[in-house]
Design a binder for this molecule. Structure first.
Ligand code: FEO
Length: 388
């Protein structure tokens, strides 16, 4: 368990969770990391702790650099337990450390863990001098929790961004270039789509603020995944995603009882494909939802299909729509479709969700029992329309 020096006197001392496959229902098929950073200066600061069961691993890395009882500050950028649940154990060792966090974090940390430590609250724009280095705190309220903030090391031009710019992937290498920048961007997109998509307008605002401040960022060190030595790549990607810039792509998502809704889905796919669109088709019961919404993020059109059962949505589609609604995709054409026996309520329910999301909808396609040739042709034409 070795630390990794990411810049002179600044170390990664986090933990790698190779085997976790479920991060509060987010499929982490390649595991994940909990990143924690140790800054050695006249004062010693630890930025973010790790999930409680990995505190031993983090301490092992810290002890290779310094006696953890000498830590002066523990900065809690965000209280979600994947970052903060290690705090009580860490502070038993770093017993003289002062916790630095936002006011909201102070209140909510107490709710989670009680309080047995000294806390100093900071606001966005405040600074903390460590010696040669200065930490500048950034208000990140609701990005993605009310307590969230980020820490910028001014002299080193490193942004310790916590969840923002993170990825759920475990790897031996600590940097984007070790994993491969393109692969790191793929995992970052998956993370963004499933966690940050509903916060697009706040992210646009925050990116604008950073630009206005003229802040130089040479490295972004998030609290999950690899560290960005190429920060412009991930900042540009966030700007594209937050603006819902779309590719020439149509995503079709469905479930089926007796293959009728499936036949409609494939006819729609053929129609969209005939126009040169990149077509992605997902079976909502068989394909991971994390992958589906990652493709939806930058699709120009989506189609969601469900058979009607018990006068309503097929339960898998209902669950997926609940997930999708929370993620608030924007800037897309949308088509609701499905087969029914004696009422088509499922399709009406899908349409209702699209309308709540304020997506531009096409006339829904409701087919009684098995689609005939004319009805499949209609589905094909709707696919063409989605791709145009
Ligand atoms: Fe919002 Fe990584 O926790």
């Amino acid at each position: 368990m070795r630390p990794v020096e990411i810049k002179d006197g600044i170390f990664w001392v986090g933990a790698i969770d190779w085997s976790e496959r479920d991060f509060h229902n987010f499929l982490t098929r390649r595991g994940l990391t909990y990143n924690s950073y140790l800054i050695i200066d006249e004062k010693i600061a630890l930025v973010d702790t790790v999930k409680h069961k990995f505190v031993g691993e983090s301490l092992e890395r810290i002890r290779k650099i310094v006696d953890p009882s000498q830590i002066d500050y523990i900065i809690i950028n965000h209280i979600e337990p994947d970052h903060s649940s290690g705090l009580p154990d860490m502070i038993r060792v770093a017993k003289d450390a002062t916790v630095i966090c936002s006011q909201r974090a102070k209140e909510d940390l107490r709710k989670y863990y009680g309080d047995g430590w000294e806390t100093k609250t900071v606001k966005g724009g405040e600074e903390l001098k460590l010696g040669k280095r200065t930490l500048l705190f950034f208000d990140m309220t609701m990005l993605h929790w009310p307590d969230s903030m980020a820490t910028y090391i001014k002299e080193d031009k490193i942004l310790l961004s916590n969840d923002a710019f993170g990825q759920h992937v475990a790897s031996e290498g600590r940097f984007d270039e070790d994993l491969g920048v393109e692969e790191a961007l793929y995992w970052a997109k998956l993370y963004y789509a499933n966690i940050l998509m509903p916060l697009a307008s706040l992210i646009r605002k925050k990116l604008g603020e950073i630009q206005k401040l003229g802040l130089e960022i040479e490295m972004i060190a998030p609290s999950h995944g690899v560290i960005w030595k190429n920060p412009s790549k991930i900042i540009e990607a966030y700007s594209r995603w937050a603006n819902f810039e779309s590719e020439n792509k149509v995503v079709i998502v469905y479930d089926s009882m007796w293959n009728s809704t499936e036949r409609l889905a494939t006819a729609i796919a053929e129609g969209a494909g005939s126009q040169g669109a990149d077509v992605k088709i997902f079976h909502v019961r068989k394909d991971p939802w994390v992958d589906i919404v990652t493709e939806i993020l930058d699709a120009k059109s989506i189609a969601v299909g469900s058979p009607t059962i018990h006068n309503g949505l097929f339960p898998t589609v209902a669950g997926f729509l609940t997930y999708l609604k929370g993620l608030k995709p924007q800037n897309k054409k949308a088509l609701a479709f499905g087969s029914y026996g004696w009422n088509g309520n499922a399709v009406k329910e899908i349409q209702k969700v699209f309308e709540e999301l304020k997506l531009e909808t096409l006339e829904p396609l409701m087919i009684k029992f098995r689609p005939n040739e004319d009805e499949l042709q209609k589905a094909f034409e709707l696919g063409v329309e989605l791709a145009r």
